[in-house]
Structure formats: C-alpha cells, structure tokens
Design a protein around this ligand. Sequence first.
Ligand SMILES: CC(C)(COP(=O)(O)OP(=O)(O)OC[C@H]1O[C@@H](n2cnc3c(N)ncnc32)[C@H](O)[C@@H]1OP(=O)(O)O)[C@@H](O)C(=O)NCCC(=O)NCCS
Length: 222
Amino acid sequence: MKPSELQHKIKSEHGRWLCNNEFSVKVTGAKHFPQRSMFGRVAEIKVVIRDRTGIEAAHFKMAAMPNCYSALISGDNWVNPLYRRKGIATYLHKFKKTIAEASRAGIMICTTVYFNDPQRALLKKTGWANLADFTSPITHKVLCVYTKVLAPSHQKGPEDEVARLRQEHVHSTLAIYHRFAQVQWALKSIKSVKDPLSLVRSAQALLADAMKDLRSITKGEL
Ligand SMILES: CC(C)(COP(=O)(O)OP(=O)(O)OC[C@H]1O[C@@H](n2cnc3c(N)ncnc32)[C@H](O)[C@@H]1OP(=O)(O)O)[C@@H](O)C(=O)NCCC(=O)NCCS
C-alpha cells in the first residue's frame, strides 16, 4: 500500500476522532508499505498528527520486519507534552491496527526501556504482551519486548480436536479391552460355576456391547 492510501484509510476509519480533536494526519515514507527499499534497508512509514495550529501533537513509525512482512515493528511513539495524558497514544493504537490490517500483518512488535513507566502502562492498557526482557549489550539498559497479536493462530483448533479424538479413541479402546477381559474371565470360570449357561449369556451380552463400541469407533467398517 502507498502511504497516501494508508493516510486515506486512517482518515476514513478515524476521521471523526481527528475532526473532534481538530487534528490532521500525514503518513510519509516508503513508496509501498510494507516493502524493502533499495539498498536492502527495510522501508518504514512515519505517521504525524498535527493540531490546527500546525504543532506536532504526536507521531510514531512502523517498519516491516526484515524477511517477514507479516510482522510490523512499531517505534518512535511520541506525544507532545502539551497533549499528554489525554488518551492520544491510546487512540493512536487504533491507527496502528488499521495500518497493520491494511498491510496484512498479523503481529506488531515493539521495545521500550524498563524504566519507562508511562509507555509500559500504555502498552498494558492497549493489550500488548510483555514477551521478554533483556539487558542491552549496547546501552546496558533493561529493555522490554512487547507484542500484540492481531491474527490469532487458528492452527491449534484442529490440532486440539485431533488430540481430543485420539484421547477419546484411547479411552474407548481401553473400555473394549476391559470388556473382552471380562468375557475372557467369564468363559474361564464356566467350569467352576453352577449355572454355566447364564454365565455364557452374560459373556455374550458383554461381547455384543464390545462389538457395538467397536463398530461406533470404526464407523461401521467392522
Ligand atoms: C508514553 C506516551 C506516548 C503516552 O502518551 P499519552 O498520550 O500521554 O498516553 P495516554 O493519555 O493515551 O495514556 C494511556 C495510559 O498510559 C499510562 N500513562 C500515560 N502517561 C503516564 C504517566 N505519566 N505516568 C503513568 N502512567 C502513564 C496510563 O496508564 C494511561 O492510562 P490512563 O490515563 O487511563 O491512566 C507519552 O508519555 C510520551 O510521548 N512519552 C515520551 C516518549 C516515550 O517515552 N515514548 C515511548 C518510547 S518507547
């Protein structure tokens, strides 16, 4: 997508919020997003929000992860001190989601320094997950990695179902073995009981049940 198209999309989805706050939005950067620029650098876009007097009220950047355009890296999140604590950063999170969805990304990633309480509180509020913390070998500061999954994995569903069916199959098979063991025990005891006929009948009934179970497991193929 072109930055102008992203700008149009933000305006069409969030125009009311922009209008109510008398803000304008401008998206600049790579010709197409997400896309690698020449020289192998990963293209990024910058979103700038200005108030009606032209003062920059907020900005942020988004870049595609090298070799995986399905992941977007969000950074340079900034709100002008004049406008802080008015819910702007919280709302800009919606812009990010619009951009991510328009560029068909399934996850957003960002980092922040551990001591940045406002940013960490903001990330928590907007549903980002703190994936990992590490000490930067460059700055020696503790950095926190956050992610926001936009397209949850549906792979697990069928896998879970297969696991459930497998478990069910194990239980049914065990139940059938148990029934056959009962039949075997019944047949073995025939000689030592007074009424062998009734024992044979109950063994037959047990066998019939076991066969019914087997048929339901094999869906009538037996
Ligand atoms: C972090 C920053 C972007 C937040 O912008 P904002 O528009 O003021 O944030 P919001 O008004 O949407 O606040 C969202 C939540 O963040 C938290 N928060 C924001 N400012 C805070 C502060 N000064 N102290 C504690 N929590 C704060 C709160 O949980 C708040 O929710 P609440 O108002 O319901 O309590 C802004 O403070 C900023 O630009 N900081 C400097 C740049 C920076 O550190 N950027 C991050 C780089 S990783």
